[in-house]
Design a protein around this ligand. Sequence first.
Ligand code: PEP
Ligand code: MG
Length: 590
Amino acid sequence: MSDLRTLVGLAVSPGIAIGRPVVVENRPLPVVRESIAPEQIDSEVARLQEAAARAVAHLVSLASEAGRRVGSEYAAILEAHRLMLEDPTLVAEVEKVIRERGINAEAALEVVVRQLVERFDQLADLYLRERRTDLLDVATELQRALQGRPSPRLHSTGEDAVLVADEIPPSQAIQLALGQVCGFASETGGATSHTTIIARSLGIPAVVGVSGLVARIGEAPIVIVDGFEGHVLVDPDPAMVQVYRLRAEEHRNRQVELLGSAHLPATTQDGQRVRLTANIDLLHELPAAQQAGAEGVGLFRSEFIYLQASPELPGEDEQYETYRALVEGFAGQIVTVRTFDLGGKKLARELLGSPETNPVLGLRGVRLCLQKPSFFRTQLRALLRAAALAPDRLRVMVPLVSTVEEIRTVRVLLTRLARELAEEGHTVPERVTLGVMIEVPAAALVAEHLAAEVDFFSIGTNDLTQYTLAVDRANEQVADLYRPFHPAVLRLVDRVISTGARAGIPVSLCGEMAADPLAVPVLVGLGLGEFSMHPQALPVIRSLVRALSYREARRIAQRALSFATAKAVEEFLLERLSGLLSHLKVRIRL
Ligand code: PEP
Ligand code: MG
């Protein structure tokens, strides 16, 4: 879809928002460069320090408001900004430029920020490059304080406001959460930026990466953000607004209707029971997962704790508190914590000594953890302490395992650390439930040997697809080749499920495939026991499972395994399932 008033971007948070655009330009504030006489330099530096103190005070008040009204994760981001401002380096650098060049504080700040941004831009890592936004956010706060300009208070914008920006820094996204903004669209942003994470976990429809967005908004009175398709409609005509209002209402009604069945078991028509669990990135998502009827946590991406603490490393007590909150939040249910999956292209790589030419095949997941024993040790100690609270319920899961030795080493480490903790007087479980993520073809192919070492499997199809097909999951140039329905991927999935069954260990699947309505009948038919997905997807997948017949699903699965190409599998599934899916009002996107 592309006409003059429909802009296309990346759909990062589902839903439809219709409202008044509130345009926020976060491009640098205009700065006038002035010379400062030598005798005025000290007072210029004092002015800088006062402005920094005012900016810090503003962030402190915003953080405490965020902590009260939204959650500690958001307050933590603002706290990190405050620390950046209080860190003597930034202000000291600006002071140095004022003294050396004899220019005003505003211009000196601009010089320093430009230098720092250049350094950020040279970093190969996507996550670190995106942290450049945090730096700019902090610098803008200081620039505003210097120029005596008020900071925008977005939570006074009103319920029907759609935030439209060139770039939405995390602090604004937090204000967005505090206020009543109903959607957002931005020119920049990626799937791993803090802002995207916040929108998704709060259920705010969002589209990012819309080029030329701000310029196209102009005086438009209305904008529609379609977080399903990744469209932004500028000044749509009344008929179009009506169409979208109906779609939004339909979506809302459907969500409410589906939530009404959240307590029902995910059992097929002929009695095959599966477990539906949640993928959780932030603790803030816990209530939504519970409301949607999650039967525990199938994947807690613990690296997000690291993200929030970054550049500090999260301490043992801090991690313990997070794991405890999960275990207590899901009383009586299983909670699966994945150990840090850092490295690769995905997240922070401050831990790595030098950049890698091929990071996705490099020091990532368990490999990185085993190379940084003290870092890993802290996490395992925190996990062991939390496991003592619920020995049968907390499961530890290890990502990116490609060899049997890796998981054996983790088991040895856990045994050693449990002994160490016991000697220190801590209560520790007798044995920890340890599992492995199957997301590398090698792991799938030696699954029977891995099964002898672990208590459960969880299939990570996002990476299993990437590594099986040799297709970078984040590269839009080869996006057409990224096909989870490729027969090679399906065969590996089948292999892992049946190997788990033979070995008598539970198998779950926590990649996006678990939330794909076309894939669910196949996975049910292959005998998968647990489906773990982002909380918003739970109701719809529950309704689908409840409408299926296991006998029929088995036939569908066997047939799906017989095709030569992904396209043939997809066409077969579409043909067999479109009647059922449209009856259930389930949206499919291929
Ligand atoms: C996966 O690879 O399928 C998975 C769930 O892990 P992540 O998406 O975090 O890499
Ligand atoms: Mg993965």
